[in-house]
Every structure is written in structure tokens, then in C-alpha cells.
Ligand binder design. Structure first.
Ligand code: CAA
Length: 281
């Protein structure tokens, strides 16, 4: 299928970043969220990001206008007109399983349903639909307009044609794609989240303060951000959720979430989005 129109479900950080990237890459884009307020917040984030990139000469005036022309909606019905659906809703398994069933009912036959999930099994999401061959993971990284990786997750039933089509879309979006098998945390979060969890354990043990730990990883390992600052960017609730998936699905205590991570999430200290995590914002 010739993909021209992409429907993005979710206008949060990941959804609006994906919508923006698709629009500036020449796709017609519709971005959906459950409430008008969320949609408008997503639109405002896109306008701000596109303006910043245009100012730096990284987007043409035409691309900036394309980002501004993204259509928004609070209904799923528009999915019927899309050639590709990318789901970037809240990382809640029940919500996503139901959403995939709904998307399957509304989308045209043959349309690929992709999920930006960071930890939910693509095979399981696919199994709840009538089109398991057309379900795939398209895992983007925050901030989506700047991060050039696309982790493509192949479920057990994902068809070769689906993988090829998504690799083409990824390339048009300017991303370097890596195809991985469906496995807890895929590759990215299986490696990243235990590293962050280990940094939290070291902080909890008082081996060094947050700035010290982050400086070591920035200057010693050339990471653009230290693991604790990155946890604040990702969201501590998201890191905890992924560690719980790894711990449960591998049944291995090496993935046990740090107690401090649990406490901070319970206290509502989620990182940048709550203005407080390992740092204050
Ligand atoms: N759109 C446009 N511009 C943006 C932007 C966005 N969405 N986000 C940041 N920028 C801009 C900043 O405004 C800043 O512009 P100025 O230089 O003009 O001020 C510029 O990018 C550089 O930002 P900073 O100076 O704040 O910091 P930086 O040079 O360290 O770059 C960064 C920021 C790109 C985020 C970099 O720190 C980085 O690569 N960090 C690691 C991010 C990462 O690991 N992401 C993956 C998280 S995991 C995930 O997403 C998946 C999951 O499943 C959990």
C-alpha cells in the first residue's frame, strides 16, 4: 500500500514528536487524543519545536508549514482514511489491547497498525486483532524530532511486507531503523533501564550524589545525559513500569526495581513532567 496519510494516536510527548516528524517528512498527518486540551497541548509543542528547528536552519519554511498543517481530532473515526496508524497512547496494557481492537475495526483492510510501545509485547497486541500480520512495533526515542533511531519490533506473526513498508517509512522520516525480535524491553530498554536502575541503586547507597553519578557517565562514557537526568526526562513511572516488565517476564531478580524508584513514583516525583525527580525543574 502506498502510504501517504498517517494517523497518530496520542498527542503526548511521543505522539506529537512522531506526528511532527512524519509531517515534515512529507506525510499527511492526523493526530488524535481523547480530549481537546491534550490535542492542543500537543499542537503547541509541535509549533514550538518546529519553530526552534526552523530558526536553526534544520527545517525549511515549507516543512515548518507542514508541521503547522497537522490535522487534529478527538475521534478514532478518521482512522478509516489512514494508510498507516501509529499508536503512541499511554503505556497501559489494558488500554492498548482495547485500542488495538478498536483500531482493527475502523482501519481499512491491509492498513498497518504500529505501536510505539516501549515494553508491551507486539505479539500479544497483534493477537487481539484480525490482522496480526500487519501489526508491528515502531519504537521512537524522546525527543523524537532529534533522536535518529527507530527500533522496529517484529511480532511472531508480523509479515515480511509489513516490515519492509515500515522500513521505508522510517527511512523517509530520516530515522535509522534496527529490526529486533519481540522480547521484554526489546533491545533498547533491556539495556537502558537496568543501567538507570543501577544508577538509582548507587545513588540510594550514597556512593555519589546525583550530579556526581551523571557527570561520571557524561564525561567518562560520553553519554549526552547522565542516567538520573535521563530518568527524569523519560519519567520515573515509565522506568519503573519497564523494570517491572523485565523483572516479571524474565523472572530474574537482576531486574528488580530499586526501592527508591518505587518510593519516588509513589510520592509523585516522576521527573520533569512533575517538576521534581532526581533534579528540580
Ligand atoms: N525539538 C526541537 N528542539 C529541541 C527539542 C525538540 N523536541 N528538544 C530539545 N531541543 C533543543 C533544545 O532546545 C536545545 O536548543 P538550543 O541549543 O538552541 O538551546 C538543543 O536541542 C540542545 O538541547 P540541550 O542544550 O538542552 O541539551 P543537549 O545538547 O544535551 O541535547 C538532547 C538534548 C538531544 C535531549 C540530548 O541530551 C540527548 O540526546 N539526550 C539523550 C536522550 C535520550 O537518551 N533519549 C532516549 C530516551 S529513551 C526513550 O525515549 C524510549 C523509551 O522507551 C524509554
Amino acid at each position: 500500500m502506498d502510504i501517504k496519510h498517517i494517523f497518530v494516536v496520542g498527542a503526548g510527548t511521543m505522539g506529537n514528536g512522531i506526528a511532527q516528524t512524519a509531517a515534515v517528512s512529507g506525510y499527511r498527518v492526523t493526530m488524535m487524543d481523547v480530549a481537546e486540551e491534550q490535542v492542543q497541548r500537543g499542537k503547541a509543542a509541535i509549533d514550538k519545536s518546529a519553530a526552534k528547528l526552523a530558526e536553526k536552519g534544520k527545517l525549511t519554511a515549507e516543512q515548518q508549514a507542514a508541521a503547522g498543517a497537522i490535522t487534529t481530532t478527538t475521534e478514532l473515526v478518521g482512522v478509516a482514511e489512514a494508510d498507516l496508524v501509529i499508536e503512541a497512547a499511554t503505556e497501559n496494557p489494558e488500554l492498548k489491547f482495547k485500542l488495538f481492537q478498536d483500531l482493527d475495526e475502523v482501519a481499512k483492510p491491509g492498513v498497518i497498525l504500529a505501536s510505539n510501545t516501549s515494553s508491551i509485547s507486539i505479539t500479544k497486541l497483534a493477537a487481539g486483532t484480525g490482522r496480526p500480520g500487519e501489526v508491528i512495533g515502531m519504537h521512537f526515542f524522546n525527543p523524537v524530532p532529534l533522536m535518529t533511531l527507530l527500533e522496529v519490533v517484529r511480532g511472531s506473526a508480523t509479515a515480511d511486507a509489513t516490515v519492509s513498508a515500515i522500513l521505508e517509512v522510517g527511512a523517509q522520516m530520516g530515522k535509522t531503523a534496527v529490526v529486533v525480535k519481540d522480547s521484554p524491553g526489546f533491545i533498547s530498554n533491556r539495556i537502558l533501564c537496568p543501567m538507570i536502575n543501577e544508577a538509582i541503586l548507587a545513588f540510594e547507597e550514597g556512593i555519589a550524589d546525583a550530579e556526581g553519578i551523571d557527570t561520571i557517565m557524561r564525561l567518562g562514557m560520553a553519554h549526552p545525559m547522565g542516567p538520573l537526568a535521563l530518568a527524569d526526562l523519560i519519567g520515573l513511572d515509565v522506568v519503573l513500569f519497564i523494570m517491572e516488565v523485565l523483572h516479571r517476564d524474565f523472572a530474574d531478580d537482576k531486574y528488580k526495581p530499586a526501592e527508591l524508584l518505587r518510593q519516588m513514583v509513589a510520592a509523585g516525583e516522576l521527573g520533569r513532567k512533575s517538576s521534581k525527580g532526581f533534579y528540580s525543574y
